[in-house]
Design a protein around this ligand. Structure first.
Ligand code: SF4
Ligand code: SF4
Length: 266
């Protein structure tokens, strides 16, 4: 069985060599990943069941996989060219749009790859986002598995005012996760506030993401998920462009870039 370090190496070898990690113009989408591990029995997963976090709709690791011992989570940071393309105000850049959808297709491939590696080692393994039971409640705009929250549990970062997870490589990127019966050593989480990487939530400084949002979905009180969802899914802010490429909805991401937490912990 690979240890934590070897599994992270395998993930990064895949990121560095697979041709899915490319934009149509050949530029790379993601840099190397951060990889973290959570104990599937960590009580923090039960905290996510609270109404003000995710809610009772959330499924624990052992609800997905009864034999679960570990949750493996990774953060895929967008490359600098992708991030910089989307600086400034609307519209969303074409590179960011491709990176969102082609990047997620690559992410799916990576989840499949990870499931295959861990199953070959004899572990029962499941990726919730590839599973038919994965579901989103559009009334509350929450899903029964959150890779962002799994990343928090796996010690990869802490939440910001924009409710993204601020990792050592910032917030602009995508997460992936698998649940496995193989026992990996859990990555320690720093003690203290789960907002400790966001200066605004520590001492009131920063607040840059408030100004970045074109529809006022982020305020000093946090993020209004409905406003954000409306902008991308109902108002369909990048409608012509995303239709031209056959993508199913618009994207934005302005609050993740051109801000102090874009690619580092501020
Ligand atoms: S931009 Fe500033 S206030 Fe907003 S989440 Fe990042 S660090 Fe926090
Ligand atoms: S993704 Fe766009 S609309 Fe949503 S909160 Fe961020 S900046 Fe605002």
């Amino acid at each position: 069985m690979p240890d934590n370090l070897r599994l992270a190496e395998l993930i990064n070898d895949f990121i560095n060599t697979d041709n899915g990690n490319r934009l149509p113009d050949g530029h790379r989408i993601f840099e190397e990943a951060l990889v973290g591990f959570a104990d599937a029995s960590d009580p923090v997963f039960e905290v996510f069941l609270q109404d003000d976090i995710i809610g009772p709709f959330y499924c624990l690791p052992k609800s997905w996989l009864a034999s679960a011992a570990s949750v493996v989570v990774y953060f895929l940071p967008f490359c600098m060219d992708v991030r910089r393309s989307n600086y400034g105000g609307p519209p969303t850049s074409v590179e960011w749009l491709h990176a969102r959808f082609l990047g997620e297709s690559f992410n799916e491939k990576l989840r499949h790859y990870l499931v295959a590696i861990l199953e070959k080692e004899g572990g029962q393994t499941l990726a919730p986002l590839l599973n038919s039971n994965y579901n989103t409640d559009y009334m509350v705009l929450s899903s029964n598995w959150s890779e962002r929250h799994a990343a928090y549990a796996a010690g990869l970062g802490f939440f910001g005012l924009h409710r993204g997870l601020i990792t050592a490589k910032g917030v602009a990127g995508r997460f992936g996760s698998v649940i496995t019966s193989l026992p990996f050593k859990a990555t320690p989480r720093s003690p203290g506030s789960h907002f400790q990487n966001c200066p605004f939530l520590v001492d009131g400084s920063c607040g840059a993401c408030i100004e970045r949002c074109p529809v006022g979905a982020i305020t000093k009180a946090g993020k209004n998920k409905s406003k954000c969802h409306h902008y991308m899914f109902i108002y369909d802010n990048a409608k012509e462009m995303r239709k031209a490429f056959g993508y199913e909805h618009s994207v934005c991401g302005k609050c993740q870039i051109d801000v102090p937490c874009e690619d580092i912990i501020p």
